[in-house]
Design a protein around this ligand. Structure first.
Ligand SMILES: [Fe+2]
Ligand SMILES: [Fe+2]
Length: 367
């Protein structure tokens, strides 16, 4: 059955205003009520509609200001010393896109924070530095550039950099706007530092190997027992996959970070994936529901989002709003490019809200 997209047709609200109706609406308003047909076409769009705009945050522009934050305030004063990236159209909810928050956090050698937890889930993608670490529910995990780390819903977590390390900068991703929209967020501060309950790197060394899981694993948590996905394993994996698989015309080689026990998303509300765009790759355009925050982990290229070109290189961050047409291009003819993203797909998919459409005009490329 073909669908029509005109508000003139039967089935859509098409009532003409009249003095009698205006008076009627006013009377309803005094009772905290309203006539659905006056708002129906707005609150029920024909297709998914995003309030966010595509945006790109250039790391070269931001880096100095991010570092400056470490001269202006201590982690103790700030709680979390983070510069957050906010969408021009989502300032009211502090979102980078849709219901997702993102920020850039800097930690100097020898600095550490006290632990806290919140109902919002969090993740990190490491941008630079060495000997940074995070402690998640008593598990201390060392961080390297391009590692992906999770601190799920309500886990105690704290971060720091060892004395002999180098200043660390990482991207934080949280679902704070979503959890706030659902009016379900909370926050607690731990008194001091968490005691370590496992050897350092226990989680990645136990669950991040060759597809092996200890047979006596008892894990009843709704998130991945693997807290860190190491770039030193992820990138070679992408290259292996690319050798023996067709390149997807939209996404190149797109791989989801997964819970090794279930194969599902790493957390309940936010997912993440990494994609490799082979040298010379010119992705075709499509759109789908779900909000996405990207960071370029390697190489350089550009994305066309709703007809506008955004050039990116390593460490730049950009967003693709729900239902925005997007295509990714690698600008190098010799080197691959890699894009990390985190998203709200576990929510979108879990609630049955995922849909997509390929762009068929102009051989799949936007003008
Ligand atoms: Fe946190
Ligand atoms: Fe896509």
């Amino acid at each position: 059955m073909e669908s029509k997209h005109s508000d003139d047709q039967i089935g859509r609200a098409r009532v003409q205003d009249s003095p009698e109706l205006e008076a009627y609406y006013k009377e309803l308003e005094t009772l905290g009520a309203g006539a659905l047909w006056t708002v129906a076409n707005d609150i029920e769009p024909w297709e998914p509609k995003s309030n966010s705009v595509p945006m790109l945050w250039k790391y070269d522009d931001l880096r100095a200001l991010v570092l400056k934050s470490s001269e202006l305030v201590t982690p103790e004063q700030a709680g979390r010393r983070v510069i957050y990236l906010v969408n021009d159209k989502r300032k009211d909810v502090a979102a980078a896109v849709g219901w997702l928050y993102t920020g850039i956090q800097v930690t100097r050698p020898g600095e550490s924070t006290s632990a806290h937890r919140h109902r919002a889930s969090a993740l990190r993608f490491i941008m630079e530095g060495s000997k940074g670490y995070t402690v998640v529910d008593g598990n201390k995990i060392m961080l390297e550039v391009n590692d992906f780390v999770i601190t799920p819903n309500s886990t105690w977590h704290e971060h720091g950099v060892e004395e002999d390390g180098e200043t660390c900068i990482w991207q934080d991703g949280l679902d704070i706007p979503l959890v706030n929209a659902l009016e379900a967020n909370d926050y607690a501060v731990y008194d001091g530092k968490q005691p370590l309950t496992a050897p350092i790197n226990h989680s990645p060394m136990t669950f991040g190997g060759a597809g092996l899981i200890p047979v006596d694993t008892i894990w009843d948590k709704p998130y991945s027992p693997l807290f860190k996905y190491s770039w030193k394993n992820v990138y070679p994996n992408l290259l292996e996959v690319a050798k023996v698989n067709d390149i997807n015309p939209f996404d190149g080689i797109l791989m989801q970070y997964s819970n090794p026990l279930t194969g599902g998303h790493v957390m309940q509300t936010m997912g993440a994936s990494i994609q490799l765009l082979p040298a010379g790759f010119k992705g075709k355009a499509h759109k789908h529901t779900g909000s996405f925050v990207y960071q370029c982990a390697k190489g350089k290229g550009y994305s066309i989002i709703n007809g506008k070109r955004f050039d990116w290189k390593e460490r730049d961050i950009f967003c693709v709003p729900s239902w925005a047409l997007h295509e990714h291009h690698n600008l190098s003819e010799t080197e691959d490019a890699c894009l990390f993203n985190f998203n709200d797909l576990p929510v979108i998919e879990g609630l049955g809200l995922f849909q997509g459409k390929d762009y068929l005009e102009n051989n799949g490329h936007q003008i």
